[in-house]
Each structure stands twice: as structure tokens, then as C-alpha cells.
Ligand binder design. Structure first.
Ligand code: MTE
Length: 328
């Protein structure tokens, strides 16, 4: 395994990705040469806005748009839909940003979700049945990738607290681990990159998972969330770096042990369990002080905010944890 230590400013943005930790330049160039491919959906006009067509095979299309919760406000414009849905991180489809076409191969029905581990009773539930048990709303959230790009999007979904309540964890459970589907190399060609610790896994403390901001996403821009953004169910934890927001989730496992996450398993000095946004704690290879907004120029930087601007919602979660590496 090749470990390459470079300064952030030596890297063009597309190289400043976690995989650069140990992929060599030639391998990266090869994957980049395979793109770029923009999602092929024809634009249509809905509710006065230009929008890309909803996935034709998505049985939930009729459920959107859902009512917006006005509590969650943005300090910036909403990112144009075409940027948020065509510049993605989803390594199961390739370690570059133009994976949206490749991701259309992902089969999203049937979609069974397992609730297991330290719960009163383990169970499995189909995604469409789960939707009947929760209340959907729309929230405008910022999203800050550890690579220093950011976006602001209207997610639809439900508070993760509702899922935790359905799961009925035992009082001894301290964490919830989540896992992305990783069943077929044909559907997800990135799984052939055997040096990654598949499946993609993530985790939160129960306190974080039940914080009001933790949101399970089923839609975006008033439509079902497309595959490249994590259909049919992904996480949004906007005070943390984007890699915590795991896509296409198939299991929630309640545990008393802190889960080892995908990026932590790969490069624990660079990507930790907590990964809270902090402009004053730099990534070992680049600054986290500023970010650029998808849809704009990479040269136009805006200041990054502590907890990505969500301090009032989440600061309490970390009292007493000051000795933990909270910001990577
Ligand atoms: N989830 C899975 N399963 N695989 C991934 O590669 N990338 C993460 C996160 N969730 C990733 C994932 C990273 S690094 C980011 S920044 C966000 O997804 C990107 O979400 P977006 O493509 O919807 O902007």
C-alpha cells in the first residue's frame, strides 16, 4: 500500500480526496479518464422550477414534494440541482466525482432494512413499509465535504430519532452503526477495488442519532433521492464532514462498542469517528478554514464555520468529550 503525504495546496481539488492517501497518481488518472459522465435524465418543468426527471422506477415519486420545516434556514443559496446530483462521492461506483450514470445500475427495490444488535427485538422492514411509519418533511441543510467543497440542498426525509424509537434500543446500547449495500460488483463496480474496506460503514452515538438535526433522507429537490445521492435511504448529519452521511443504508445495528468506520479503517490518522466540522483544525494535508460552493468557482472560497454553522443544535453533545479527537 502506497502512502503519499502531500500538502493540500500541492493538490488540485479532485486529487484532494481520501483515496489519495494510498492510491498512486497513475491509478487515479485512469479512473478520472473514465469520466466525466453527466446523468442522462431529461429536464422537465415542475412547480415552475427546471428539474431533472424523477427516477421512473421509483414508486415513491408521488409522495413528493413534502412540506418544508421552516426551522432550518440557510445562509446561502440552494445549490443548483444539476450540480448536487452530478458531482458526487460514492466510492462503490468509482473513486471520482462523475459516478451519476454508473449509479443508475443500483437496484433499489425490493429494499430491506435490518434493525439489529442491542434492541428489544431484531427485525427487518421493507423501505416502503418504513415510510408508512414515519412523517416526511423537507429541510434545507448545508453539507460540508472533508475535501472542502460544500453545497446547500433541500433534503426530504424524517428525523433519525423516529427510527431509533421504532428500533427500541436497549439502555446499554451506546452507538448505532450503519452499513451501505455491497452485494453486487456488477451493480457497484467500485467494490472491485479490493483495497477499500467494504462495505461502507458509519456510526453515531445514540445521543447524536437522536439529536434533532440527524436526518434520514429519502428525497431531494422535491423528489425521491436519486441513486447517486444515496437512494433509497441515506443519512444527513450536517454538522459533520460529509463522509459521515452514509448512502443507501441497509442496516442499523445498535451496539455498546464504538463502530470502526470505513474511512477510519482506511486512514485513521486522517478520518476519525467524530468528524465534526471545525475550520481551525486542518486536515493533515489541507486547510479546513474555507470551502467552495458547488455550482461556483473553486477559487471563490467562503469561511467554514464551527460545526458547519450548527453549534446551537449540537455543541452540548460534546461536553465531557474534550479529550476525544472531535474534529477529524
Ligand atoms: N456513502 C457511501 N456508501 N459511499 C461513499 O463513497 N461518500 C461520502 C458520503 N456518503 C460516500 C457515502 C462522502 S465523502 C460525501 S462528501 C457524501 O456522501 C457526498 O454526498 P453527495 O454525493 O450526495 O453530495
Amino acid at each position: 500500500m502506497l502512502v503519499k503525504i502531500k500538502r493540500g495546496w500541492e493538490l488540485p481539488e479532485h486529487m484532494a480526496t481520501p483515496e489519495d492517501v494510498f492510491l498512486n497518481r497513475r491509478q487515479i488518472a485512469k479512473t478520472i479518464a473514465a469520466g466525466p459522465i453527466i446523468a442522462g435524465a431529461a429536464p422537465m418543468l415542475l412547480a415552475g422550477r427546471a428539474m431533472a426527471a424523477a427516477p421512473a422506477d421509483d414508486p415513491t415519486a408521488g409522495m413528493y414534494p413534502v412540506e418544508r420545516n421552516p426551522k432550518y434556514k440557510l445562509d446561502r443559496d440552494i445549490t443548483p440541482e444539476k450540480n448536487a446530483t452530478s458531482y458526487n462521492n460514492y466510492y462503490e461506483f468509482g473513486s471520482h466525482k462523475q459516478i451519476s450514470r454508473a449509479a443508475q445500475k443500483l437496484k433499489i427495490r425490493p429494499w430491506e432494512i435490518s434493525i439489529d444488535g442491542m434492541v428489544e427485538k431484531e427485525f427487518k422492514i421493507g423501505f416502503d413499509d418504513l415510510l408508512k411509519k414515519v412523517t416526511l418533511e423537507e429541510r434545507l441543510y448545508r453539507h460540508r465535504c472533508v475535501e472542502a467543497w460544500a453545497m446547500a440542498v433541500p433534503w426530504s426525509g424524517f428525523p433519525m430519532r423516529q427510527l431509533v424509537e421504532l428500533a427500541k434500543p436497549l439502555s446499554s446500547a451506546k452507538y448505532v452503526a450503519m452499513r451501505t449495500i455491497a452485494e453486487s460488483k456488477k451493480e457497484m463496480p467500485g467494490l472491485r477495488q479490493f483495497w477499500y474496506p467494504w462495505p461502507y460503514t458509519e456510526g453515531l452515538t445514540i445521543a447524536e442519532a437522536t439529536n434533532e438535526l440527524a436526518f434520514l433522507v429519502t428525497g431531494i429537490y422535491g423528489k425521491p433521492v436519486p441513486r447517486q445521492n444515496g437512494a433509497p435511504l441515506r443519512l444527513a448529519v450536517p454538522w459533520k464532514y460529509g463522509f459521515k452521511s452514509i448512502k443507501s443504508i441497509i442496516s442499523f445495528t445498535f451496539t455498546d462498542k464504538r463502530p470502526k468506520t470505513f474511512w477510519e479503517a482506511l486512514a485513521e490518522k486522517e478520518y476519525g469517528f467524530w468528524a465534526n466540522v471545525n475550520p481551525e483544525v486542518n486536515h493533515p494535508r489541507w486547510s479546513q478554514a474555507t470551502e467552495w460552493l458547488l455550482g461556483g468557482s473553486q477559487r471563490d472560497r467562503v469561511p467554514t464555520q464551527l460545526f458547519n454553522g450548527y453549534t446551537e443544535f449540537v455543541a452540548d453533545l460534546y461536553t465531557g468529550l474534550e479529550n476525544e479527537p472531535l474534529y477529524r
